[in-house]
Design a protein around this ligand. Structure first.
Ligand SMILES: [Zn+2]
Length: 62
């Protein structure tokens, strides 16, 4: 099942869910894509997934 990902730009901080207003921060998830790892955030309240542009090098993949 493909997860719906909401792309957005981060302002001063990313703490309040833009979707439901939950204000205590996020769970995180990682997803491999094209030699990079996307670092995304999941709202614990409404379970929306947010991509604010964080990328990690995938050191285990050459
Ligand atoms: Zn939410």
């Amino acid at each position: 099942m493909e997860v719906q990902i909401n792309s957005l730009e981060m302002g001063e901080e990313f703490k309040i869910c833009p979707s439901c207003g939950y204000k205590d921060g996020f769970h995180s998830m990682l997803k491999k894509e094209g030699g990079k790892v996307k670092w995304m955030f999941i709202c614990p309240s409404c379970h929306e997934v947010f991509d604010i542009g964080y990328r990690i090098e995938d050191f285990h993949n050459g």
